[in-house]
Design a binder for this molecule. Structure first.
Ligand SMILES: Cc1ncc(COP(=O)(O)O)c(C=O)c1O
Length: 310
């Protein structure tokens, strides 16, 4: 399958998209990125990009935080992405990685007086976590970075060192994923996912002020729970031990989809399997992201040229 990237203002074969070794973003993490899924719908032979505009709106917001001048509007970024995905022609689930970065070839920590650029590539991408059997989580010894250190609401490349430390610690200790606490000790988020618990028939999830990325999957799940199941979500700080005694728990993220959590710190959640509300939400979510729900088709952008029929 030929693979392409959008690089320095044009579409090029992926192998030709190369950055210089002095690129500012490589040394100082001065870049913002997004992760967007393209979900393969086999019946329609169509690849649906999920909530494309929302991802690029968030990229624009992240760039504002990092003073990166993004030369393309949200509409242009959507068009570039659809073209790129169509060019690659994958017939499976994919992940699109757009990156806006400080591109100057220079040494010196700062955000000012630097050039900015944008790139994007597409890669095949299956499940990131076990969405069927569920995952085992631990509370990380690494605390979530505070808004006044590096703002978690912006998807800043350098911030992901915090996530990487937590993820690898969890992996080395035999867990699938880490859940980080804020400096104050409240539940914040996973290394690349938002956290939900089910308590007395309602969903509870940490607020933006607990240093989370405001996830697009988080918003999707809150919307589906309310509209389709009549289940409300409370956004409030969550204590660590509330996880241990939750009826159900799951993580949400573009890569992670809706991943059931079956244990935290080796304590089984609920019955230790996938919870009833979690299963119901997961079913709805997978219908929606594959463009199988007419009601939510506005969230899906078709990214495969349909064969011309006579
Ligand atoms: C730290 C972090 N939190 C939460 C999320 C979930 O966000 P979304 O659902 O928009 O992918 C991600 C993934 O991008 C993430 O990296």
């Amino acid at each position: 399958m030929p693979e392409y990237a959008f690089f320095e203002g044009k579409f090029v074969p992926l192998q030709e998209a190369k950055l210089g070794v002095m690129t500012h973003a490589l040394h100082y993490g001065t870049a913002c990125f997004e992760g967007i899924r393209g979900n393969w719908n086999a019946e329609e032979e169509q690849l649906y990009l999920f909530r494309l505009e929302d991802h690029f709106r968030r990229l624009h917001d992240s760039c504002r935080v990092l003073t990166i001048k993004l030369a393309h509007s949200v509409e242009e970024l959507c068009r570039i992405t659809v073209n790129l995905v169509e060019m690659c022609g994958f017939r499976e689930d994919v992940y699109v990685r757009p990156l806006a970065y400080k591109s100057t070839q220079a040494v010196g920590v700062r955000l000012h007086d630097l050039d900015d650029d944008f790139l994007a590539f597409v890669t095949p991408f299956g499940n990131y976590l076990d969405v069927e059997a569920g995952i085992k989580c631990c509370i990380s010894s690494w605390r979530r970075i505070d808004d006044n250190v590096i703002p978690a609401r912006a998807k800043v490349a350098g911030l992901y060192v915090n996530s990487a430390l937590a993820k690898t610690e969890a992996h080395e200790n035999g867990f699938d994923e880490a859940i980080m606490l804020t400096q104050e000790g409240h539940v914040s988020e996973g290394s690349g996912e938002n956290v939900f618990i089910v308590q007395d028939g309602r969903l509870v999830t940490p607020p933006a002020s607990d240093n989370i990325l405001l996830g697009i999957t988080r918003d999707t799940v809150i919307t589906l729970a309310r509209n389709e199941l009549g289940v409300e979500t409370v956004e409030r700080s969550i204590d660590r031990t509330e996880l241990y005694i939750a009826d159900e728990c799951f993580l949400t993220g573009t890569a992670a989809h809706l991943s059931p959590v079956i244990s935290v710190d080796r304590r089984p959640i609920g019955e230790g399997g996938v919870g009833r509300l979690t299963s119901a939400l997961q079913r709805l979510y997978f219908e929606v992201i594959k463009g199988k729900s007419g009601k939510y088709l506005d969230w899906c952008t078709a990214a495969r040229k349909r064969p011309v029929t006579a």
